[in-house]
Structure formats: C-alpha cells, structure tokens
Design a binder for this molecule. Sequence first.
Ligand SMILES: *Cc1c(COP(=O)(O)O)cnc(C)c1O
Length: 424
Amino acid sequence: MTISADLQSARQEADKLDVADRLSQFRKQFYIPSHDGSEVVYFCGNSLGLQPKITADAMQLEMKKWQDDAVKGHFSGDFPWMTYHEFLQETGADLVGAKPSEVVYMNSLTANLHFLMVSFYQPQGQKRKMLIEAHAFPSDHYAAASQLKWHGLDAEQDLLLLETRAGEDTLRTEDILGTIDKHAAELALILLPGVQYYTGQVLDMKAITKKAQQYDIPVGFDLAHATGNLVMHLHDWGVDFAAWCSYKYLNSGPGAVAGAFVHEKHHGKELPRLQGWWGHEKSSRFVMDNDFKPAPGADAWQLSNPPILSLAAVRASLEVFKQAGGMQPLATKSLQLTSFLRQMLEQFCADKVRILTPKEAQGCQLSLVIQGHHRPGKEIYQALSAAGIVVDWREPDVIRVAPTPLYNSFQDAHRFVETLVAEL
Ligand SMILES: *Cc1c(COP(=O)(O)O)cnc(C)c1O
C-alpha cells in the first residue's frame, strides 16, 4: 500500500478502504461518543473500549429475571446464574487460542495475577527469582513484588528486571531469551506482558514460552493489551497461565470481570491454590461436607459466585467478537488499519513524531513521541482532545493511539492524522 502525496488524496484512499472493509458494519453496533455535534475519533480502546449496543439488553435481561424470578433465577431462563460463567467459556477461549476448560472469567486482572501466582510461583532455595520487565505496568510490579514479600523474600534482590538496551525504546527478543538462559538456575517464574502497555510492542510469547520450557520455568502473561487485539495460541504455545482485563479491547465496561487462563497440563494437579466454593467441582458443590474437590479446569481457581450483571456485559461483548468471526478477521483488518495510520504518520509528520512501537511487533496500538523544538507532547495531546480526538497520554511523554478493528474506520485514522498535522 502506498500513500498518496497529500492529505487530500489520502482521504480518498481512506474512503476506498472503508468501502472495501467487510467489518465496517460493526461500528454501528457501538455507541460512539460525540463532541461538538459529531462523532469523536475514538482511539482509546486500549484504555476503555466502547459500549456495544447489545450490552444494556443483556444486563436488563438479568435485572428482569431478578425482578420476576428472584432466587429461582439461578436455574431459570436461557442463562441460569448458577452456570453463568460457562456461557462465556467457548468464545472467551477462542479469543485467546485456548480450550474452553482453560479459560474462566472471574475477579479483576490484578486479583487474577495474584491468585495464579499463588499456584505458579513456588520459590525454592536458589530457584526463587521472578523475571518481570523493568517498566512493567505499576499494578503488575506491585503484585509481583508483594508475592515475593509474601514468601519472605526480598523484592530488591529477587525481582529480576528486564531492561531495554541503552538508547533503545523496546525489548529485543534475543535479550529476553538471553536473560532467561543466563538466569535459568535461579528463576522460579517469568511474568511478562503480551503487549507492552507503554510502547505497544508485542512480545514474542511463543519464543519466550519455548525458552522457559527448556528450563522448566513456569511462564505467565499479562494479556491486558493483547486480548481482543492479537491472534494468540495460548494452548499450543504451552503458556502456563495468563490473565487479562475485559474493559480494554473487550469492551465489557469499566471494572468489568476479568479473564484467566490455566493450561490444561495443570488441570487436576495438586497445586497450591487459594480456594473458594465456586472452585469446587460443581456436581457436589452443594453437598456442604467441607471436603474441597477442585473443578476439572480453570474453573477450580474461582472463589465466589460471580457478579452476574458484570458477566452479562462480558457475555454481550464476546457475542460481538463471535459475530465478527473471531480474532482472525479482526487482526487482518487491524494490521491494515494500523499500517495505514503508520504510513500516514511517516509520510506527513516524520520529523515531528517518533513512533516507539516497532513495525515488526505491533498490534493495533502505536505509541507516539512528539519530538523536536515544537509544542510539547502534552500540549498536543490536549489540543487533540479539544478537537474531538480521544487518545491517551502516558507520562512521561507518550501519546497512545489505538485504532480498533471493531469500531474504527480508515476515515478515523485519516481524521486523526489531519488534526495532528494541523496542531504540530
Ligand atoms: C490495564 C492494566 C492493568 C489494570 O489492572 P486492574 O486490576 O484491572 O485494575 C494491569 N496491568 C496491565 C498491564 C494493564 O494494562
């Protein structure tokens, strides 16, 4: 794809691409916020995805059932509350390349990271370090450090931090793998993101998992920015566990119930686990004999009966992904859309905008740094907001821009670049 010489002809290309886009009708299934009477350019699905129009109905259905059936709602209707989480399992698993028994929606992301680390972080003697990135999302860093402390270890000493090379913005796969090789004898767990939240870099989860397996080191991924963004094969790659939130690319609403993955190879094993009644094997859950029998799959990690209204929003959102044909067609459009955006940025503002996200390791998000002796990045970000462009600012100096294939158009990408160029 080559981009036209000027912004005017780039607009015509955007129009053509939108016409050819077989997923374009999905935009109508979302509420797009307005600004000064017209739709905003919403490139913030990496922070909070837009609301699908079917979500309110899915939630209302359960509100009505509560009115009409009260406690009997646990067993009535198309989606009995007793087994509600199971209605999310198939589509939820498809999205991350897993088997339904490997995926469960429960709790929130940081909580799930903790519960999974309880099972998969088992420091012993010299083999007690945890590898995370030096610039991990703060919640992940806090969770990891507190797990070490919980085990009586010193986070200063035993949290191994992956750094980028001096002068470089993103991690090199060879350096990640090299660090694992170098510290294999001391590593008890590797916990890395699928997509780095700040730079948008996609990590090579397959290669990292393979390397970890060479040394029998458990590996978990935080997929907050990967689920609903990338095609993944968690099962085939052999990833031990993963967790993600569902309010970002999964459009399930603020604070929505999160997802967790535990590989089949760990099902039914005697693992340390924090237990609750919803993790009990379901046919005998109500025998009430206080003898915990874990459910066969990832379900065993559940603690409580889940918040049905919030699960209803996740169920509705997963339904939209299913209608779109799952991640494969979405990822195909996503690559085209983000590449179109990248090419326009390179063509029309290369001297003033540096793209941190590596081209060969990008999902939908591009992280931009405004450079040179122009207006500071934060001011540009504020000007974009005032013009109805919704992106986000991450300290110290990045504007994150995330066109999503479900509800963004090539026109959106064009409008973004046109507005940016006018502000630079
Ligand atoms: C969004 C995000 C979180 C948020 O954690 P919650 O527990 O959902 O509040 C955590 N980690 C990463 C990497 C994120 O991107």
